[in-house]
Design a protein around this ligand. Sequence first.
Ligand SMILES: Nc1ncnc2c1ncn2[C@@H]1O[C@H](COP(=O)(O)OP(=O)(O)OP(=O)(O)O)[C@@H](O)[C@H]1O
Length: 684
Amino acid sequence: MGELDGANDGESLAVGAGQGVAVGGLDGANGWESLAVGELGGASGSVMLALGGSGASQGLVVGELDGASGSVALALGAEGGSGGGQAMPAHDAVKESAEIGSASESSDFEVGPAVSRPPVARLALAAMLGALALGSAAGLAATSAWLISRASQQPPILVLMVAITGVRALGIGRAVFRYAERLVAHDAAFRVLAGLRVRTYERLARQAPGRRRGDLLSRFVADVDAVQDRYVRFLIPALSAVVVGVGATLALAAALPAAAVVTGCGLVASGVVIPVVASGVSRRADAAVAPGRGRLATEFHELLRGAPDLIAADAVQSRLARLQEADRALTDAERRSAAARALGAALAVLATGATVWAAAFVGLQAVHSKAMDGLLLAVVVLTPLAIFEATAGMPQALQFRCRARAAERRVREVLDAPDAVTEPEHPLPLPVPVPVPHTAGGPQWAPAVVVEDLEVTWPGRAVPALQGLDLDLAPGRKVAVVGPSGSGKTTLVNALLRFVEPGGGRIVLAGVPTTALAADDVRRVIGLCAQDAHVFDSTLRENLRLARPDATDRDLEAALADARLAEWVRTLPDGLDTFVGEHGARLSGGQHRRLALARALLAGFPVLLLDEPTEHLDPPTADALLRDLLALPQTVLLVTHRLAGLEDVDEIVVLDAGRVVERGTWDELMRGRGVFHSLCSVYA
Ligand SMILES: Nc1ncnc2c1ncn2[C@@H]1O[C@H](COP(=O)(O)OP(=O)(O)OP(=O)(O)O)[C@@H](O)[C@H]1O
């Protein structure tokens, strides 16, 4: 599910494979059924489930997690999503993701002591079905062994009928129970996974500005995947093995207590001692896998993202060496883990062989001393073989548990990390209607945003990035914030979007302080069109519809018209279906910016924050774009280094070192011949 259309670039990640359950090759090697009856081969029906490193989650595409601006954009791809660079209402997207994961049931996903609260009933059912499958295999082996022995005495066929029927029933039962166990177990795992993925994403989205992207993706994808292994690959097999091991040993005790003792010892050796030893050998390596994967992803991402600069600075080799080192460390951990796994598997086979020989030995002695009917000898010798199927995978299961715990620690770090902003316990409802779809002529309503005596200090910094800032963003007003690098312009944008907590003063939205509103609600009203707004390698239509998936072509055309792109789109042979290329490579710089603007307009934000919208554009294109931006009906806060073209804004605020050093209209500032005037003369 979840068509992952057009969203692959260096920073986005497709978590594929959907929830598809693939029925694997039918296992035709059921020797015992075939041996006993000759017609039961080939239907153990093993089921494979896509659970690999790429994640078997709902179709989900994570777009840009913008560390610099703190904006978060994402595409959730039921319909071939594409993502953009402006802030989107994150909770909508998260909700959508929960819906896509049809298995989601909120009750399963509450934050509990573990990173995820498991669906206990389903796991218990899966363990029971697993035990029935293993029990059927053991019963099949025992019945078949007895049948062969008894058949060799050539009794009337009627004597064998019950056993023959039993063999058939157990052979079929084994396959059916195994199939059902896999379905139930993976259903339970996907429930855990879907809920955990949504919660992790929600947390990561809030923490994104402070995290490294590669590591972030690794936590979001691989670590969340690994957590479910604890249930599917450890807990369920272990519970089934205990039930069947105890049951089969007790059953053997009825035939020959000595054989039961031998089998019990063998089971403890192969199911407990050997796995614990193997897991002890590989513990450090297993625990290193998840962090190693995160480090590799980080190095890889930074190498790719910074490739042009690294090439220019002739620093590719040193970065490559770091990547290779991370790769070596991960490979090394995997190799040590695999060696321990192989050792565990070999020892388990050895224990199985030794147990069968020992069972044969005590069985022969019992037959010899007439303590046991000879017909049961084959039962005593062959049954342990089937029971050991239960314990054969335990060394690997324990390793998965160890890996899952390491991954869980990393996921927990994300879940427990403090938010950059404190959400109110009981957020007030938005004092204005939720943004309506874009309509020509702009939003139908417009709240006033007032900034009063704002002070912001970034965590870990001693000096405030903003101090004593007042700002009036009355409906429809156009305000430009200018100032040298590091003067606090982006900090103001982050504070307005509630990505950072004000240390003093307040921001009031339609009469309500934004600290009393849910941050996501604030971002429904105030939207960002970032300078590096991401354009996905998809069509114009899909890039636009990220902002509003249900937008009609008429809506798209209206937004394009307001962004002054409609004429150009009409000249394209494929119109809205034109592919824009990777990172918008088939667009000019101006078209790229206008497309991002159209997307922001389509989202219906009545207050638009535009971060360096004219950066890297040639002067005529920049002038034209600026003119159009200032003609928008929305309230606009323009953050810019470019001083030209600000003649028509209602107010220019000049920041320096976090303080307002000057403010007024263009004419007032030029007449005052102060900082702005001198900046204009420097940059003119
Ligand atoms: N996430 C952050 N964590 C800590 N400090 C930060 C963070 N973001 C910005 N700062 C600091 O806040 C101050 C203001 O930075 P800000 O990015 O707001 O300036 P700016 O005017 O937007 O600069 P530029 O024009 O170069 O983008 C700087 O000293 C910067 O180091």
